[in-house]
Design a protein around this ligand. Structure first.
Ligand SMILES: NC(=O)C1=CN([C@@H]2O[C@H](COP(=O)(O)OP(=O)(O)OC[C@H]3O[C@@H](n4cnc5c(N)ncnc54)[C@H](O)[C@@H]3O)[C@@H](O)[C@H]2O)C=CC1
Ligand SMILES: O=C(O)C1=N[C@H](C(=O)O)C[C@H](O)C1
Length: 269
């Protein structure tokens, strides 16, 4: 049994994670917190999640609740995530990080910190998106440079980061499939007389509209045809369920930085 602390418990994901923790037989919702100053502080976590009062009072910041759980599930903001990871390392707590927008330096620090605690970090906790990750790298390797690769992602109009963490990971894996790095070939904006498309570019474009939960399409466009691989999320529940599966998977796990490939057993595919 793992006692769970939900970071950002009042958020879109935090509330659904509360539901999925409550449904998971090996998890117990024992702590939750929000940013200092949040109106949710002091309220009941169960009521926030819509599962009925559970007696867990929302705290102000992780330090106020860190002794209430074994694993922290974090879907907040990248700068906050790093603060939580430093605390988790100090207190030997496990962590599931779904928050996106982490910088290269933050990801490097996280890898270092994770020598002191077990952590699953993934820009997308959905089973099918992690299958898509595998398919995209293999498809890029099969089709090679004869096919232009482009990515379009669409999310709700409240999303703060762009491109999505999922789109960036799709781009990284597609680039790896053709033996390159996204940092060399990624193109994130085309506006004005941009000239003809350079060979090997991987364009990533973002749509932000209404309440779109999350959609990603990878285009492999070649002479006279194209292949489109698309994932569409219907609700946030599959992300939240994936996060709870990861939290349970971390019980008695050695320290280290893991991905959803490890959790789902996809690492060797
Ligand atoms: N990995 C995945 O499968 C998924 C990742 N995400 C990512 O999760 C993050 C959150 O997304 P949403 O829930 O839609 O955002 P949201 O804005 O609805 O929720 C974020 C919550 O975190 C809280 N928060 C911010 N700073 C905090 C701090 N210092 N301490 C405690 N709480 C703090 C906010 O008050 C808010 O309640 C984003 O980075 C998003 O890209 C979202 C869905 C799936
Ligand atoms: O902000 C969201 O909502 C989502 N963010 C993640 C991302 O940035 O990839 C995952 C999912 O697409 C939903």
């Amino acid at each position: 049994m793992m006692n769970v602390i939900v970071a950002g418990a009042a958020g879109r994901m935090g509330r659904r994670i509360g539901v999925m923790v409550d449904r998971h037989p090996d998890l117990l919702y024992t702590g939750g917190f929000e940013a200092p100053g949040s109106p949710a502080i002091g309220s009941d976590a169960g009521e926030l999640a819509g599962i009925g009062r559970n007696g867990v009072q929302i705290g102000a910041g992780l330090e106020s609740v860190i002794d209430q759980g074994d694993v922290i599930i974090d879907f907040t903001h990248h700068a906050a995530t790093m603060t939580f990871a430093r605390l988790a390392a100090r207190h030997g707590k496990a962590m599931v990080i779904g928050t996106t927008g982490l910088t290269g330096d933050e990801l490097a620090e996280l890898a270092e910190l994770a020598t002191a605690f077990p952590c699953v970090q993934a820009p997308n906790m959905s089973v099918c998106v992690n299958v898509l990750f595998k398919l995209v790298k293999k498809t890029a390797a099969i089709l090679g440079d004869a096919y232009d690769i482009e990515i379009i992602e669409a999310h709700h109009n409240q999303k703060k980061d762009a491109p999505s963490g999922t789109a960036l990971k799709l781009g990284e894996l597609a680039a790896e499939g053709v033996g390159r790095r996204l940092t060399e070939v990624g193109v994130y904006e085309r506006s004005g007389m941009v000239g003809v498309r350079k060979p090997h570019e991987i364009g990533i474009q973002s749509i932000r509209a209404a309440d779109i939960v999350g959609e990603h399409t990878v285009f492999f466009a070649g002479p006279g045809e194209r292949l489109e691989l698309t994932h569409r999320a219907h609700t946030r529940d599959h992300f939240a369920r994936g996060a709870t599966v990861a939290a349970a998977w971390l019980e008695n796990r050695p320290n280290g930085l893991y991905t959803m490939f490890d959790v789902l057993g996809l690492q060797d595919l």
